[in-house]
Design a protein around this ligand. Structure first.
Ligand SMILES: [Ca+2]
Ligand SMILES: [Ca+2]
Ligand SMILES: [Ca+2]
Ligand SMILES: [Ca+2]
Length: 400
C-alpha cells in the first residue's frame, strides 16, 4: 500500500512541474524535465527550476560539476563555464532525488551551441601545381575546412578566393558528397595559363560558417605553374652582317650569335648548329661563335652596274638554335659575310700581236705614225678600279 502512495505523490508532483520552471517542460508524460542552456555562459548562469514541495530538500543523484542545484528552491545554475565542444555529449540526463520522502525527478539538460569556433583548414599553407598546358577547367583537390561547432555554426560550403586572383585565372568548386559527408573542394583554372607571364600565384582562400555573425577561416594556396616547351629560341637579331678579310686563315672567329629561350630548364637550353651543307663556316654549339672552316673562302660575287661597276662577294648562311625540350623547337637567323678584298694578286699583262698568229711584234719600216704595233691588256683580279682593256703603243721609237 505505501508504494502506491509514493507513486501517486510522484505523479502529482511531475504534473505540477509542467511549465513551472523557465526552459523546463514535461516529456510526453514520461515525467522527465528538459532544460536548455547555452555553452560558454558565466558560472552561476540560470538553467531552470524543478517543482518543489515545502520542507523537501533536493540533490543530484550524480556527481556533476557542470550544474548546481539549490536544495530548497529547486533552481539549477551552471557550476562552471561549459564548453559544448569538449563534451562527449551535449545532453545531460540527470536524476534529482528529494528527501522526506525520497522520490526521483529526471532532468535532461541540453547544451546549446554558440558559434565560438572559426572554420579551420588542416594546413595553413598548401602548395599545388598546374601545367601551363592545362586545359581550362583543370582542377586540383583542396582539403576542406572543419568547424567544431554544430548546425549552422559549423562550416558551410561557402568558400571564396579573397586575394591573389585579381586576373581571375582560378575559381573554386564544391562537390557535395551524396553520402552526406563533408564536401569536396577543388581549385580549377578558368582559362589558359602562361608560365612565362606568371609562374607563381599566392591565393588566399576563406571558409565561412553560417553563424550569426559568421566566422571565417583561411588557407594560403601557393600555386606553381609548371613549364612546357612552348617557346622556340629567339636570336638577338633576325640577321647578322659582318665583313671579313678574304685571306683570313682557317679557324678565324667571324662573329658570335646569341639566342635566348623564354622557357626554363631544358626547355630553354640552347644548342647552335648550321645546315649540314655548310662547308665554309662552323658554329660552336655552346657559345654560338662562328669560325671559318676553310683556308680560303669562296663566296658569291654580285656586281652593281652604275657609273662604275661595283662588285662584292658575300656568303649567306642560316644559323639554327635548338632547345632541349620535348618536342624540341628551333629558331633561326641569317648571317651575311661580306668578303673584303685583299691586294693579293699582281696585275697580269698580256701582249697581243698582229697578226694573231705572230709571236713577236713587227712594224713595217714605212709605217705611219699611229700604226698599231701591239696591244697590251692589263688585268688585276683584286677588287677595285681595274686597268682598262687596251693600251695602244705607238711607234717603238717613241717609247724607247
Ligand atoms: Ca563556427
Ligand atoms: Ca560552439
Ligand atoms: Ca623552349
Ligand atoms: Ca613555357
Amino acid at each position: 500500500m505505501s508504494s502506491w502512495i509514493i507513486f501517486l505523490l510522484l505523479q502529482s508532483l511531475l504534473i505540477n512541474a509542467e511549465g513551472q520552471g523557465p526552459g523546463g517542460r514535461n516529456f510526453g508524460g514520461a515525467g522527465r524535465l528538459e532544460f536548455e542552456v547555452s555553452e560558454e555562459l558565466p558560472t552561476g548562469s540560470y538553467v531552470g527550476k524543478i517543482p518543489t514541495r515545502p520542507k523537501f530538500t533536493y540533490r543530484f543523484n550524480d556527481n556533476v560539476e557542470e550544474f548546481v542545484l539549490h536544495p530548497t528552491t529547486g533552481e539549477i545554475h551552471t557550476g562552471k563555464i561549459i564548453d559544448r565542444e569538449s563534451l562527449q555529449s551535449d545532453t545531460f540526463d540527470l536524476v534529482i532525488l528529494s528527501s522526506h520522502p525520497t522520490y526521483p525527478v529526471e532532468v535532461r539538460i541540453k547544451i546549446l551551441d554558440t558559434n565560438d569556433h572559426s572554420p579551420s583548414f588542416p594546413d595553413p599553407i598548401v602548395r599545388v601545381t598546374f601545367s601551363e598546358s592545362s586545359t581550362p577547367g583543370t582542377r586540383v583537390f583542396l582539403d576542406t575546412a572543419e568547424d567544431s561547432d554544430t548546425g549552422s555554426n559549423s562550416v558551410s560550403d561557402n568558400y571564396r578566393i579573397v586575394d591573389g586572383n585579381e586576373a581571375g585565372h582560378f575559381r573554386l568548386s564544391v562537390n557535395t558528397n551524396p553520402s552526406g559527408d563533408s564536401s569536396f573542394l577543388f581549385l580549377e583554372t578558368t582559362g589558359v595559363l602562361d608560365r612565362e607571364t606568371n609562374s607563381e600565384y599566392l591565393l588566399n582562400i576563406s571558409a565561412s560558417d553560417d553563424g550569426k555573425p559568421p566566422r571565417l577561416g583561411f588557407v594560403t594556396v601557393e600555386v606553381s605553374i609548371l613549364d612546357t616547351n612552348d617557346n622556340p629560341p629567339i636570336f638577338d637579331h633576325s640577321d647578322y652582317v659582318v665583313s671579313l678579310n678574304e685571306t683570313v686563315p682557317m679557324g678565324t672567329p667571324v662573329l658570335q650569335v646569341t639566342a635566348t629561350d623564354n622557357d626554363e630548364g631544358e626547355n630553354s637550353k640552347v644548342t647552335y648548329y648550321l645546315a649540314e651543307t655548310e662547308t665554309q663556316f662552323i658554329v660552336d654549339p655552346e657559345t654560338g661563335i662562328i669560325s671559318t672552316l676553310t683556308p680560303s673562302l669562296s663566296c658569291q660575287q654580285t656586281c652593281l652596274q652604275g657609273v662604275q661597276k661595283m662588285c662584292s662577294k658575300s656568303c649567306v648562311f642560316t644559323v639554327f638554335a635548338r632547345d632541349h625540350g620535348i618536342p624540341r623547337q628551333d629558331g633561326r637567323t641569317y648571317v651575311t659575310v661580306n668578303l673584303l678584298d685583299a691586294n693579293d694578286h699582281d696585275p697580269v699583262i698580256k701582249f697581243r700581236y698582229f697578226p694573231d698568229t705572230a709571236s713577236t711584234a713587227t712594224v713595217d719600216e714605212n709605217a705611219l705614225n699611229g700604226s698599231v704595233v701591239a696591244a697590251i691588256s692589263v688585268f688585276d683580279p683584286d677588287e677595285g678600279k681595274q686597268p682598262e682593256i687596251f693600251k695602244y703603243i705607238p711607234f717603238l721609237s717613241e717609247i724607247l
